[in-house]
Design a protein around this ligand. Structure first.
Ligand code: AMP
Ligand code: ZN
Length: 289
């Protein structure tokens, strides 16, 4: 497929995903979670091109040169595309740098780098989106990300973990929770890489230097291997999940913990528990070893 066809193909796929799954309405105020990677850059570009009311939010994780280089790209792109950029950093929002949070937490509990980082990013994203009165948060999650997560949850033997997946986040809606949507849900990682390169987006293709998700990497390699032998395997995994999702939701409809919405006793954010996961991490950091 030539470059122009490839570009049209992927942009049409995104438009179809938005329409079929009612991800975004014309009057939504969209905040794109822009990490500086190829996927969030691509989705930001496409939504702006489609005429949506879109702004970008980047969370600086303060990971040395990598973060600084990333930020230069992010600012450059938003300036070129005339997109309003909101910049926050993890120390201002959460009180500590990501490196400190990780080492302080991991000294006491066995949690992976990406798990800790993910919890904190989601907490900051939701707070900022609420503050900016955004009605949707858009992330750059793609088909490969989703197929990996579904497969990982299967390998963990716990279907409940997959209940909240899908192109729209969450099983419940709540006024304090800004819905996250994934317009790149059906776009393969390899297609997005080609798209980003064809568009010459200023992005870093190397993974975050702190990512150490060995399990996810094993699943990624396994799925890439399978896809070579059995084309469409990632799409089939995701599609299979979407078809069975209503049954899954029904099966867990009586699960109190999954269907209850509390407000964190510490920060007030919506959570299924008494204390949200971000505040749980904060408590781990603060309590002396
Ligand atoms: P990841 O979990 O790192 O694979 O990222 C998934 C999505 O989360 C990305 O496509 C972005 O939309 C968003 N995201 C990740 N890191 C950041 C960040 N530092 N700032 C803003 N959004 C982010
Ligand atoms: Zn909290």
């Amino acid at each position: 497929m030539g470059n122009v066809n490839h570009i049209d193909h992927i942009e049409n796929k995104v438009m179809k995903t938005i329409a079929d799954h009612e991800l975004i309405l014309k009057d939504d105020k969209i905040l794109v979670a822009y990490s500086g990677g190829k996927d969030s850059c691509a989705v930001l570009y496409m939504l702006k091109k489609l005429g949506y009311n879109v702004e970008a939010l980047t969370i600086d994780l303060l990971i040395g040169d990598w973060s600084m280089e990333n930020l230069v790209n992010i600012r450059k792109f938003c300036k070129e595309q005339k997109i309003k950029l909101h910049e926050v950093n993890v120390r201002d929002e959460f009180g500590y740098s990501m490196c400190y949070i990780r080492s302080a937490v991991q000294a006491k509990v066995a949690l992976k780098n990406c798990t800790i980082c993910g919890v904190i990013k989601r907490w900051i994203l939701n707070r900022k989106a609420r503050e900016l009165e955004a009605t949707k948060i858009v992330t750059g999650h793609n088909l490969d990300d989703e197929a990996q997560t579904i497969f990982m949850n299967m390998m963990k033997g716990n279907p409940k973990l997959s209940v909240g997946l899908g192109p729209k986040s969450g099983v419940m809606s709540d006024g304090k929770f800004v819905q996250r949507v994934k317009p790149l849900y059906f776009c393969a990682d390899s297609d997005l890489r080609k798209y980003s390169m064809a568009m010459k987006f200023p992005v870093l293709y190397d993974p975050c230097p702190c990512s150490s998700a060995a399990f996810r990497r094993d699943i990624l390699n396994a799925l890439d291997g399978l896809e070579k032998e059995y084309p469409q395997v990632k799409y089939n995994i995701v599609n299979n999940y979407l078809k069975s999702r209503p049954m899954l939701v029904k099966a867990y409809s009586g699960d109190d913990k999954l269907n209850r919405m509390n407000y964190c006793t510490s920060c007030g954010d919506p959570t299924r528990n008494a204390v949200c996961k971000a505040c749980e991490l904060l408590n781990i950091i603060k309590v002396p070893a």
